[in-house]
Structures are given as C-alpha cells and as structure tokens.
Write a protein that binds this ligand. Sequence first.
Ligand SMILES: *[C@@H]1O[C@H](CO)[C@@H](O)[C@H](O)[C@H]1NC(C)=O
Ligand SMILES: *[C@@H]1O[C@H](CO)[C@@H](O)[C@H](O)[C@H]1NC(C)=O
Ligand SMILES: *[C@@H]1O[C@H](CO)[C@@H](O)[C@H](O)[C@H]1NC(C)=O
Ligand SMILES: *[C@@H]1O[C@H](CO)[C@@H](O)[C@H](O)[C@H]1NC(C)=O
Length: 174
Amino acid sequence: MNYKIISFGMVLFAIFLTGSEAPFVKMTNAKCPSYNKSWVEVHYCRLKAYSRNKTSLNINATFLQPANNIFLRLKLMKRANGYKPFLWDFTFDACEFMRKRNQPVAKIVWNLIKDVSTVNHTCPYVGLQAVSDFHRVEIPVPMPTGEYLLLITWIFDGKPQFSTDVYFTFVEDP
Ligand SMILES: *[C@@H]1O[C@H](CO)[C@@H](O)[C@H](O)[C@H]1NC(C)=O
Ligand SMILES: *[C@@H]1O[C@H](CO)[C@@H](O)[C@H](O)[C@H]1NC(C)=O
Ligand SMILES: *[C@@H]1O[C@H](CO)[C@@H](O)[C@H](O)[C@H]1NC(C)=O
Ligand SMILES: *[C@@H]1O[C@H](CO)[C@@H](O)[C@H](O)[C@H]1NC(C)=O
C-alpha cells in the first residue's frame, strides 16, 4: 500500500496550542475511538510522560481508503459534574482549509505547526497518519482553571469515522 506519513492530524491537536506566556497546561489522557474500522484503523493513541508536569501525544492511524471529503468538528468541554460544552463547537472543511487556509482558528494553529509538520498537501489523505511526540501545548485564549476535554470528530463523506479526544488540565495562574 502506498503509505504517506503526514502530520495533518497535528492540526487537530494543535488547535489549542498557541500563545507565548503559557499558563500551566498538561495533557492527562487521550482516546481515539474508530467508528468505522474498515476506513480508519487506530494503531496507537496515547500520552507519554516526560515528567510529572509534561506529557506528549502520540497517535498513529491508517486511513484504509482515500479520504477526499473531510470535515472536522472541534468541540471543547469543561468538567463540572461531567463534561459540559465550553467556548468552541464548530465544524469546518479540512480539505478546503488545506487549499485556502480560510479558517482563522485553524490558520493560527497551522502556522504554528507547519514547521514541525513533514507534509504539506491537500486532500485526499490515505495511508498512515502519525502525530509523534506532540508536546507544545499552549492555550490561545483566556480560560478558567479546570479540567478540559477537546473532542475532534473526523467526518468523511458526511459521516463520523473516528474521533481524537484529548483531556487536559489548565491552570490559569500557576
Ligand atoms: C465505512 O468505511 C467504508 C470504506 O472502507 C465506507 O465505504 C463506508 O461508507 C463507511 N461507513 C460509514 C457509515 O461511514
Ligand atoms: C511541576 O509541578 C509542581 C507541582 O505541581 C510544581 O511545584 C513545579 O513548579 C512544576 N514545574 C514546572 C517546571 O512547571
Ligand atoms: C504505526 O503503527 C504501525 C503498527 O503498529 C507500525 O508498524 C508503524 O511503524 C507505526 N508508524 C509510526 C510512524 O509510528
Ligand atoms: C506549502 O505549500 C505551499 C504551496 O506550494 C507553499 O507556498 C508553502 O510555503 C508550503 N509550506 C510549507 C510549510 O512547506
């Protein structure tokens, strides 16, 4: 199979990673459920602990068929008697973004990660997709201290195929 190793998925994780005066952020858990294993096979999805305060995210998944039509739904949640919607819940056309860079939030993130990304191409995406040792987690907007969950649903041809879910702790003023 013609595998292409890309870091496109990093865009998703990076959506909450910009800004310079970073408050304390630590990823605490990662889950990547596949809803359609005949399209997306997740080999690996976990955090690696560097220290008590620092973890890195590693994901490795294969798209078994080319994905030509990709939308991403980003949903941020904050814990308060279960996780409740917080700040972001929007869906955008990822293929169009890779052509036009037309989504402002995604663009900030893309600019930040393009230097560490090995691939710069448009749809389709097929084969191995990897995020390796992603640890530059910073928050672009003011947020209260708390436990958060960033859910990213990958929608191919209008149907959710898998999700990449990252839990993190945020401390406003450590
Ligand atoms: C599951 O993936 C296959 C491609 O392997 C696709 O043809 C099918 O439409 C997908 N099913 C759903 C519900 O998206
Ligand atoms: C790591 O966390 C501990 C306890 O939460 C804190 O005292 C320490 O300053 C932190 N270190 C860094 C480098 O953030
Ligand atoms: C991804 O996982 C597969 C199966 O475990 C492995 O063969 C491959 O080397 C991994 N690739 C990367 C880039 O991590
Ligand atoms: C991505 O490709 C575009 C078009 O070829 C190019 O202008 C841009 O510099 C590339 N970016 C990176 C980070 O390679």
